[in-house]
Design a protein around this ligand. Structure first.
Ligand SMILES: *Cc1c(COP(=O)(O)O)cnc(C)c1O
Length: 366
């Protein structure tokens, strides 16, 4: 049996080596390193495959959120509502604009924002809501969208972990005014370095964001901007992977199903809730379990790497000490952070490897 990785990016490279090598050498031969043909091609292809009007390639998924917020005019004195269980990019970009991040607890079954707890956080300063489709599981967009409409708020989706996930048969990333994607190497669609993009159907916002991301627009700098561009090599690599992304996504779902079948009888484990109106794309397979640290050690001894996403929920990070949040403010997020465990999942994970992993877990709780 091959060595089990947490994600096996080399195995993926080997499976499409010719495509990737050709993409890289084309960019080098044409020295199309910044902007240029390959960025245009990828932006068009990703937008088309996704069914969005505009795709704006940017430096990474964090900048994508920041650029959206800035160009929607979010500023000091404003509040932006987001979820307590995410990667820090979601909230640090809110602070970077000068606005205040307002956290909401999570739903215990699917780890996304608890929609029943959003309305009580809305004030006259609230300007936007950023749900995160965490682990590949869509947040409850219907309820969030109607709250945004009711209070006149911008809906911004953080899709960093949820490329091609669906809610009510429609892809996530198409519900709000704009959405952010990360192509960090380990994401479902990953570059060979930092990369990201923004999707929007709004022409004017698209122009503003494109300018802002590239020094305020060249040659005339209408405004001061930032330097956050998708580079040519990353764009060409991403474009070479695009023909495979849908089959890789189905493979993840298939592997998750096998995990579920083999683990659903283990009492000490809670599997994520799967809802019929959403398509979970399993960027991560996160279980809740008893004796997590001991299980993790046992799995490690058996050659099975695991991870925790995330060991400390956002409101309890030292960076947010100044907000004075207490465990009882976000009880579900607080309880989950000590129970969650991410198991290896990637399209190249074999049946043999999966059986080894699930056998080790089952034996541990016997
Ligand atoms: C990865 C990630 C980001 C940021 O993406 P980068 O490309 O690493 O900047 C943002 N939000 C979430 C939820 C992520 O997982």
């Amino acid at each position: 049996m091959n060595k089990i990785h947490f994600v096996d990016l080399y195995a993926q490279y080997i499976s499409i080596k010719e495509d990737i090598d050709r993409a890289i050498s084309n960019v080098i031969r044409e020295t199309a390193f910044i902007k240029g043909k390959y960025v245009d091609i990828f932006e068009k292809n990703f937008a088309r495959l996704y069914g969005a009007k505009h795709c704006i390639g940017v430096g990474n998924g964090t900048d994508a959120i920041y650029i959206i917020l800035k160009q929607l005019g979010i500023k000091e004195g404003d509040e932006v509502i987001t979820v307590s269980n995410s990667w820090i990019s979601t909230s640090e970009t809110i602070s970077q604009t000068g606005a205040k991040p307002i956290f909401v607890d999570i739903d215990p079954g699917q780890y996304t924002i608890d929609v029943s707890k959003i309305e009580e956080k809305i004030t006259s300063r609230t300007k936007a809501i950023i749900p995160v489709h965490i682990y590949g599981q869509p947040a409850e967009l219907k309820e969030i969208d109607s709250l945004c409409k009711k209070y006149g708020l911008n809906l911004i989706e953080d899709c960093a972990q949820a490329h091609f996930a669906e809610y009510d048969g429609k892809k996530v990333g198409l519900f709000g005014i704009a959405s952010s994607f990360s192509f960090f190497p380990g994401k479902n669609l990953g570059a060979y370095g930092d990369a990201g993009c923004i999707l929007t159907n709004d022409d004017e916002l698209a122009d503003k964001m494109r300018r802002f991301a590239n020094h305020g627009g060249k040659p005339h700098h209408y405004i001061e901007g930032i330097n956050s561009r998708l580079d040519g090599l990353q764009a060409a690599i991403l474009d070479a992977k695009l023909p495979y992304i849908l089959q890789w996504t189905e493979k993840r779902i298939e592997i998750a199903k096998k995990y579920f079948e083999r683990l659903n009888k283990v009492d000490s484990i809670i599997l994520p809730r799967i809802t019929p109106h959403t398509k979970h794309v399993f960027h991560l397979l996160v279980i809740r379990c008893d004796n997590r640290e001991t299980l993790q050690k046992q799995l490690d001894k058996n050659g099975i790497p695991t991870a925790i996403h995330y060991p400390v929920a956002l409101p309890f990070l030292p960076a947010y000490d100044y907000l004075n949040h207490k465990p009882e403010d976000f009880p579900i997020a607080f309880e989950s952070q000590n129970k969650i465990l991410s198991l290896p999942i990637y399209p190249e994970l074999s049946d043999e490897q999966l059986i080894h992993i699930t056998d080790c877990i089952t034996n541990f709780y016997k």
